[in-house]
Write a protein that binds this ligand. Structure first.
Ligand SMILES: C[S@@+](CC[C@H](N)C(=O)[O-])C[C@H]1O[C@@H](n2cnc3c(N)ncnc32)[C@H](O)[C@@H]1O
Length: 494
């Protein structure tokens, strides 16, 4: 069989997992179980993991080898571009655009291919024998990756090259045809793989068909048409009402628009309907789905709504935070099977993990500072953001109010951002309370955050009633618009 070669290719033996590559995870946040808990009986919680995905793949391997039913990835495509996300500030519609990731490969194509090859080998190790992988790419790179997938998964396990066609934005070129589709490569792990003929994956009829449809006496749809020996006929052709079983060209799913509920302000965000088709076709309820380049969390949100278990990872802490909020806000999002309705349910329990310990000495990114500022790190242990609160206690009831959040380096922040800040609370994106912080596990028992559409932040918590007397460690965690986390704990005597 022909294999693709590139400079620096180390064939897959080296990818065999060595124990030295396994590192422990740190639990940054716990989101306790919700009001319906059928998954909790197995003590399962979904996972959102911040970090470099090669290291994460190594470290989850002992637990998840051959456990995952579906992997969808939408990695950087080697486009050479920068991709943005929006940081919204305060309540008054102000925002700045920041680069989420740079899709530039200094050592060129070879380094990109080595990057993805390494990870794809490990992903296959995670898949169940009846599992599948969908790799979302475009014209830049999909032809190379198809050869790599043939090598890793076997040419016989290639199932589809899906063309997701969407109307292209107006492009000035008159030198070639306008590019207006992405490619999704679908491979199964074996010949015996899950593939569901579910009416919810069907494509809508074309307008031509819809206009021509009629109902017979029993209410079944048909149109007049068909052909025989090249001759057009006018006989009744019955159709299934849900639409047609999907072809490999998907032109019925529009690109994300900014005025939709699902929009997260992330420039490479993919539509939930795309993931709906993939997830319903290739998994069953409770199966584990993983996305190692999860971005704004599209795969995770759709998996959650379809009652699948999920694992999402991303290297960028802002997109991890975006995914966290998207899951917490899931009740307000579209019901994935009845699009015009809200989902209206709380998420299953999940945890945010990281391979490196999060601490307060992390740097604020240069991107947010005035041009030419040399001081890095801006934080030192003597120079941390200050959080001031008022803790109101009445017998066993406690209310927490945020009074101030003060950044030590405020004067260094770029004008572009400072001009948009009216009050201290505009710096705050999220805060949460653990009323009984123990064992270094932060349980987000009460929280308030700003989301794309709901910008208001509650500065005062709702009353919390302790059941028993005793000394408690009440802990507060705050995430600011720069992604910096501050956590303070207070002993209270109930
Ligand atoms: C094209 S975006 C994914 C968009 C996502 N499908 C969505 O709907 O929002 C690619 C993501 O991969 C992440 N990424 C790039 N390299 C990574 C790496 N080595 N490990 C983990 N995540 C990575 C980027 O931070 C970015 O969020």
């Amino acid at each position: 069989m022909a294999n693709l070669d590139w400079e620096g290719k180390k064939v897959s033996e080296k990818n065999k997992l060595g124990l030295e590559n396994i590192k422990p995870f740190h639990t940054l946040d716990v989101y306790p179980s919700s009001d319906y808990g059928h998954l909790e009986k197995d003590l399962w919680y979904n996972l959102l993991i911040w970090g470099e995905n090669e290291a994460i793949l190594n470290s989850i391997m002992p637990k998840f080898e051959k456990q995952v039913s579906l992997i969808y990835i939408d990695p950087p495509f080697a486009t050479g571009g920068d991709f943005n996300f929006k940081i919204q500030i305060g309540e008054h519609g102000k925002s700045i655009d920041k680069v989420a990731y740079k899709d530039k490969w200094e050592k060129g194509l070879d380094s990109y291919l080595e990057f993805l090859y390494n990870r794809l080998v490990k992903m296959r190790q995670l898949l169940k024998p009846n599992g599948s992988i969908y790799v979302h790419l475009d014209w830049h790179i999909s032809h190379y990756i198809k050869l790599i997938l043939d090598e890793i998964f076997g040419i016989d396990n290639f199932r589809n090259e899906i063309i997701w066609a969407y109307p292209a934005a107006s492009v000035k070129t008159r030198r070639f045809f306008i590019r207006s589709y992405d490619t999704i490569l679908f491979y199964s792990n074996s010949d015996d793989y899950i593939f569901n003929d579910d009416p919810n994956i069907y494509m809508e009829y074309s307008n031509r068909v819809k206009n021509a449809l009629k109902k017979d006496e029993e209410g079944i749809f048909y149109y007049r048409g068909g052909s025989h020996n090249g001759k057009k006929l006018s006989r009744k052709v019955y159709v299934q009402q849900e639409g047609i079983f999907p072809r490999d060209v998907w032109n019925d799913i529009p690109y994300i628009r900014a005025n939709t509920k699902e929009y997260q302000g992330f420039s490479t965000q993919k539509p939930e309907r795309l993931l709906r088709r993939i997830i319903l076709a290739s998994t069953n309820e409770n199966d584990i789905i993983a996305d190692f380049f999860c971005g704004s969390g599209t795969t995770l949100a759709v998996a959650e709504k379809l009652r699948r278990r999920w694992i999402g990872t991303d290297i960028n802490k802002h997109t991890i935070h975006m995914s966290r909020k998207r899951i917490l806000n899931i009740g307000e999002s579209n019901n994935i099977l009845k699009w015009k309705e809200n989902y209206n349910r709380k998420p299953h329990s999940f945890r945010v993990l990281s391979l490196s310990k999060e601490d307060n000495t992390e740097f604020i990114s240069k991107d947010f500072l005035k041009k030419g500022i040399q001081i890095e790190p801006v934080y030192t242990s003597q120079n941390l953001p200050e959080l001031r609160i008022d803790l109101q206690q009445n017998n066993k009831t406690v209310i927490v109010e945020l009074l101030d959040y003060n950044l030590p380096y405020q004067k260094l922040i770029s004008r572009e951002i400072r001009d948009k800040i009216i009050s201290f609370s505009d710096f705050i994106d999220y805060w949460a309370i653990d009323y009984d912080f123990e064992d270094n596990l932060f349980n987000n028992m009460w929280f308030s955050f700003r989301s794309g559409k709901k910008r208001e932040l509650k500065l005062k918590s709702t009353p919390y009633n302790y059941e028993q007397n005793g000394l408690y460690n009440l802990s507060i965690k705050l995430i600011d618009i720069f992604g910096t986390v501050t956590q303070n704990s207070y002993t209270i005597n109930i």
